[in-house]
Design a protein around this ligand. Sequence first.
Ligand code: URA
Length: 209
Amino acid sequence: MSILTQLDHPLLQHKLSILRRKDTGTREFRQITREIGMLMTYEITRDFPLAPVEIETPIAKTTAYELSGKKVAIVPILRAGLGMVDGVLEVIPTAKVGHIGLYRNEKTLQPVTYYYKMPKDIDKRTVIITEPMLATGGSLIDAVTMLKKDNVKDIKIMCLVVAEPGVKALEAVHPDVHVYCVGYDKELNDIGYITPGLGDAGDRLFGTK
Ligand code: URA
């Protein structure tokens, strides 16, 4: 079984097309990235366990169902991963948020870690890593390795667009994680950007270009 699930919901596909357009401005890009984060959470949490609870409505006693599994931590990879966090929090407001700071050395394309801060009980939580672009896979491989050193067992990764080489590289090192994406592109260009992709997700979210 592949580690990848591409979400084909029409709302997600439509919203990704808006993000891909080069004329989409920062404000709309940020808003739609947040909305996609919220909609993807709905799909990603589909396998969360429920347990019966006895409750009383204003009318009668009944059996209802509540989430019974691990609590959630959202872990954005800085800085582009921040763009999806508020969307996830909108539907899982009790989630805690850890941060991983990584950047790519532009010459070697290798990730360099400059920040790592997790909730104390991270090992007891289901972690949703947010990283809009899975390109070479280098950053995500490092991020998952760091979380596993902290004994995290249950890792889901939320991406906007993934590239085939990055998915293969991640799967080779971490076959036990699961990646969810909206767009699936075949190639990277010669500076490691996903093609056609949507450009630099951080620059587009924060208006830094
Ligand atoms: N990071 C981005 O923001 N975009 C890409 O295409 C690849 C890495």
